[in-house]
Design a binder for this molecule. Structure first.
Ligand SMILES: Cc1cc2nc3c(=O)[nH]c(=O)nc-3n(C[C@H](O)[C@H](O)[C@H](O)COP(=O)(O)OP(=O)(O)OC[C@H]3O[C@@H](n4cnc5c(N)ncnc54)[C@H](O)[C@@H]3O)c2cc1C
Length: 277
């Protein structure tokens, strides 16, 4: 839609060119949310595309994803035998309530900064133990663990004008085995629950990341495979009965049920040697 409150679009080639920040400014990534509803409090868009950050860089330490990397670019990242959990990338891209047209415009960083419960790039990067690099306007860059970034529905730790620059996914997490579960009330609909488990190849640890069912990601970590009872107790300790997200994509009670059900499936799948992916 046309945003008739916008009077200026800035196209900086470096974030340093944006020295001042005031109410009315907004970073523009793919624009798939910004242009989907009136932005009456915004008069200036600052386009991130002209920064020309390389979308994806792989190295021995892992995967560096620019905030401006498009969903379609991430989806095309070749799967590798060494990085078993890289297969989660495609699973998570497919979890968007969106067609290829949105994938070609929407960015990984835009999805994370939207901080919606059903943001699949949040699920992916939290499950893969990523760290985000943030660029404040008037201070040194800082790093935040993905699991600590989203604080609630459409809420996060970004300060005014602060930019999400990149996402680092460590190689150790990419090498893990994983199990993925997702449910949606409608075909290709927004996730009611998206839950990912990972486990090291040589140990019996377990990391379960619960998203969409709760307003922000919840992570349960175990040094050794838990029993079904231990897992259920851990879920209840971390998520109070009224801590599930109630919206048109599923009632809180339904999401509570899915969380128990999928977590137990993931526990069982990853507990056995050699099964799971
Ligand atoms: C048909 C359709 C389906 C959708 N399905 C889903 C879905 O299933 N799940 C979901 O979560 N969302 C969904 N969305 C919402 C939205 O499209 C996605 O969240 C998308 O990934 C946002 O990315 P973008 O690059 O287009 O962000 P933009 O619309 O450009 O920006 C979104 C917000 O993030 C801020 N921002 C963007 N990049 C940065 C950055 N690097 N640093 C700081 N702030 C930044 C912007 O200022 C803005 O406030 C959908 C939208 C449509 C139209």
């Amino acid at each position: 839609m046309n945003l008739n409150t916008i009077t200026e679009v800035k196209r900086p080639t470096s974030a340093d060119q944006v020295t001042q920040w005031r109410d009315g400014y907004a970073w523009l990534a793919g624009g798939t949310w910004l242009f989907s509803e009136p932005q009456i409090a915004t008069d200036t868009l600052i386009d991130l595309e002209t920064m020309e950050w390389p979308a994806l860089q792989t190295s021995g330490t892992g995967l560096e994803i620019a905030a401006t990397c498009r969903i379609a670019e991430l989806y095309r990242l070749a799967e590798s035998a060494e990085w078993r959990a890289a297969a989660l990338i495609r699973e998570s891209c497919n979890a968007f309530l969106a067609s290829f047209k949105i994938w070609n415009a929407a960015t990984v960083g835009g999805n994370i900064c939207m901080s919606l419960p059903a943001g699949p790039m949040i699920s992916l990067t939290v499950a893969l133990e990523a760290t985000y690099t943030l660029w404040p306007r008037d201070a040194a860059p800082r790093q935040v663990r993905a699991v600590d970034f989203v604080t609630g529905n459409h809420a996060n730790v970004l300060r005014p004008g602060e930019l999400l620059r990149s996402i680092h996914v460590p190689a150790a997490a990419l090498r893990k085995r994983f199990a993925f579960r997702r449910a949606s009330l409608t075909k290709l609909g927004r996730s009611a629950a998206l839950i990912i488990g990972t486990r090291s190849e040589t140990a019996s640890d377990l990391l379960i990341t619960i998203t969409a069912a709760t307003p922000r990601p919840i992570q349960l970590g175990f040094d050794r495979a838990p029993s079904a009872t231990e897992l259920r107790r851990a879920i209840d300790r971390q998520i109070p009965a009224d801590g599930y997200f109630n919206d048109v994509h599923g009632s809180a009670a339904y999401k509570h049920h899915l969380t128990y059900h999928f977590c137990e499936q993931i526990r069982a799948e990853l507990a056995s040697e050699g099964t799971g992916r």
